[in-house]
Design a protein around this ligand. Structure first.
Ligand code: GLY
Ligand code: MN
Ligand code: MN
Length: 446
């Protein structure tokens, strides 16, 4: 399907030339001659011969859509074609990585090796002249990852801006994710357990857990109040009230990150609260544009969500005082979102520039994951939420503001857990592109 997109050849060529430009500048910045990127090495369980799932070095998958090639390397020297040292071991115990094929192959000098240490013969002469980006356990002889700060700061800062090729990958990741979300919603409506919904999701995404960009959150009822709920109850609850699902998909190394919340048919006013958060979410997503200060948008989200709390009778104070006093943080205790791309929580989220300076979080918002200024090509999540979290409510109950809370109403909503709505949004030079809503809309048309 989308893998055969007719435009991938030119898109990839343009992506690669962008990476080369950035790498040339990063190497010049750090005073290095070569960029050396190990894909990574397998890790083994303590005292065992079982390896952990392999997750490729994101710097490696930035250069080509290969995510399962431990022991492989990319070598880039400015002015030369990049070289892929590709480990295809002689091995009858395991599946050997596929031979290189597809739209990206023509851009690389490819050297196939059969043993990891054969890569040494293909390396630049002097390791000291190399910026080697990778994990410690990728070291090969004198080629030990040095991860020079200046090189990383530069590459990470610019990685925030996606190429057209990367956006094409992310559109597919969103399509896979939304398709699976629909299957999960059907399973919820059919009365499945969290485990059953999770399995329906995986089947529809056609991805195993290790292929997903992050661990699914499949939360029924009050479990929605656990922000990172990673349990999976095997039995359905006696009564289903609500379903919060935060689940994404991967495509060629790129992630989608999607959250939806559903009310059971008899959930009464909870659906109205979901609709209100959904309206806030859409409004915030629509504000993603060049020059936007994301930290300011996070504060804006607090004001809007506090307005929802007031309108729906949970608090008896103005939105302003709810934000000022911190009451809004009881109900919305996480950040509005983060950059997304090769990693679900992508790098350089706090960068002020490409030389390592950072932008602080606003005081009182310790969990905000993104403070930088948005630019065209940036992809960020917009994920406001409202939750009924016992631990945070208990703290509010003993605070001065407790008298301005309708506790009866709050208590009546605990069984729903919480609400989060999350989309992946691209900043363009015009209106924002909402990858998630566009993908859901396509499913509706089908
Ligand atoms: N699914 C992780 C997140 O939303 O940040
Ligand atoms: Mn997210
Ligand atoms: Mn998420």
């Amino acid at each position: 399907m989308d893998t055969q997109h007719p435009d991938l050849h030119p898109l990839f060529a343009a992506h690669l030339s962008l990476l080369k430009q950035r790498s040339d500048a990063a190497l010049a910045r750090g005073g290095f001659d070569h960029l050396v990127i190990p894909a990574g090495s397998l890790r083994y369980q303590f005292l065992d011969d079982r390896d952990y799932p392999f997750f490729v070095n994101p710097h490696f998958k930035h250069w080509l859509p290969v995510t399962r090639a431990p022991g492989s390397w990319i070598i880039y020297t400015p002015g030369r074609r990049p070289k892929l040292i590709y480990l295809q071991p002689a091995d009858y115990w395991h599946v050997v990585p596929d031979s290189p094929a597809g739209y990206w192959v023509e851009h690389f000098d490819i050297v196939i090796i059969r043993q990891a240490d054969e890569a040494l013969a293909e390396m630049p002469k002097d390791p000291v002249r190399c910026a080697i980006l990778g994990e410690e356990n990728s070291a090969l002889d004198r080629f030990v990852p040095n991860n020079p700060r200046g090189v990383l700061d530069f590459l990470h800062f610019h990685r925030f801006i996606k190429s057209e090729y990367e956006l094409a990958m992310m559109r597919v990741a969103s399509k896979i994710g939304t398709r699976a979300h629909r299957a999960a919603e059907r399973a919820f409506r059919a009365g499945e357990s969290e485990f059953g919904i999770h399995m329906a999701y995986l089947a529809a995404a056609r991805q195993t857990e290790n292929e997903l960009p992050y661990t699914n959150i499949i939360a029924l009822n009050e479990h929605g109040a656990v922000l990172h709920y990673h349990d999976l109850q095997h039995a359905p609850p006696a009564h289903k009230h609500a379903f919060l699902i935060d689940a994404g998909a991967s495509f060629h190394g790129y992630a989608s990150d999607i959250t939806r919340t559903y009310a059971a048919d008899d959930a009464g006013e909870f659906q109205a609260l979901i609709d209100a958060v959904d309206a806030v979410q859409r409004k915030l997503g629509g504000k993603v544009r060049a020059g936007l200060d994301y930290a300011a948008l996070h504060i804006d989200a607090h004001h809007q969500l506090a307005g929802v709390l007031a309108e729906h009778g949970f608090i008896r104070m103005s939105a302003e005082s709810a934000v000022e006093s911190g009451v809004s943080s009881t109900f919305f205790p996480h950040g509005l979102g983060h950059p997304i791309g090769l990693q679900v929580h992508d790098v350089a989220a706090f960068a002020a520039d490409d030389s390592g300076r950072t932008i602080e979080r606003p005081p009182g918002h310790p969990y905000l994951r993104l403070t930088r200024t948005i630019e065209p090509g940036a992809v960020v999540t917009i994920e406001p939420g409202l939750y009924f979290i016992d631990m945070l409510l208990a703290r509010l109950k003993v605070a001065r503001e407790a008298r301005d809370i309708d506790w009866k109403r709050v208590d009546a909503f605990r069984k729903f857990g919480g609400i989060r709505i999350e989309d992946d949004v691209v900043c363009t030079t015009a209106a924002a592109e909402n990858l998630t809503r566009d993908a859901f809309a396509l499913l509706d048309q089908a």
